[in-house]
Design a binder for this molecule. Sequence first.
Ligand code: GN1
Ligand code: MG
Length: 369
Amino acid sequence: MSIHETKVLEVLSRFAIAGEYSHFEVINSGHINETYRAYFIRNGELKDYILQRVNTYVFKNPVAMMENIVNVTEYIRAKIKATGISAKRFVLHYQKAKDGKYYTQLSDGEFWRCCRYIDDSISFLEASTVKVAEESGRAFGEFQKYLADYPVQNLHIAIPHFHNTVNRYEIFKKAIEDDFAGRREGVCEEIDGYLALEEVATQLYKLQRKGELPLRVTHNDTKTSNVLFDADTHEHLSVIDLDTVMPGLIACDFGDAIRIVGNTCGEDETDLSKIDVDMEKYEGFTKGFVSELKSMMTEKEVETLALGALAMTVECGIRFLSDYLDGDKYFRVHYEQQNLDRARCHLVLAQKMLEKLDKMQEIVDKYAK
Ligand code: GN1
Ligand code: MG
């Protein structure tokens, strides 16, 4: 038995899962938590569960984070049920451990949780078609709509200053100054590129600080891989990875999604000549997202969506570059330069977005009417 399997079995034994354990696989796509998919046989059918070890370097208060997750999923479940349909495939369902908590802590302090995977669903690392782009827009828009009347002040702050781009620039400048991993000399061009974008990229956060944009319950990690789709129809089912659900801006959820769904390439593409805004998929996502939310968005929220895409692309890029300068402590990397590749890709994408910003906002306006 591998070390992984011993651990997975130990954790599974703490959750009250009916049926007989069959096997597990490792899921490698996330940059933060450690994820496994475990299969059980129940009444002759295979049932799968997602098991995660929460990264407590990133999430300092995982108990509070789980409280947010359980509260918002219960809230959404109640809303769906009230319409008379089963919520089973449309919202995540976390499992209780045998002690009644929605997590378990091992003697060495590791923090684990478990949720049921949604039947007959699939996920995509990047939007493979315009339809997937549009459906992922609907998924994140619908998520916010369900939570529009949730008391935002009752949520814990899972990670302070998460989309505070001003603060992210301060951290970036400190990383440049400290040059902890001795990598600064090789990335002067990228540093200059990002510093040149500071003013435009921090506009969104500054509007929030002035009180011009309302705080909503937002997802804050809206990449395409955080949506589950029906395996046959590719219609959206549910959003997943609710770790960063917190008070935030609609433009941040829109923008953080666009940096993935609206990129012609993956987030760490090394052939920079291939990177651009995919305007068709951008429009697809925008259509889905804005159609869900247009009745509740303020004028200012609508006006700042395209700016959100630019802000989130730059912000994510400086987070990657700061982590590269720090020696890769935050994001999981699969090879040495991956954080630098991610940062380079985001820089090119942000520059392309800046050129296309007016056109991008026109598309938002078209669907917000
Ligand atoms: C991280 O763990 P994952 O892959 O869902 C990160 C996001 C970044 C993203 C970049 C808690 O998300 O903020 O946008 O990587 N999550 C956290 O792909 O920092
Ligand atoms: Mg995440």
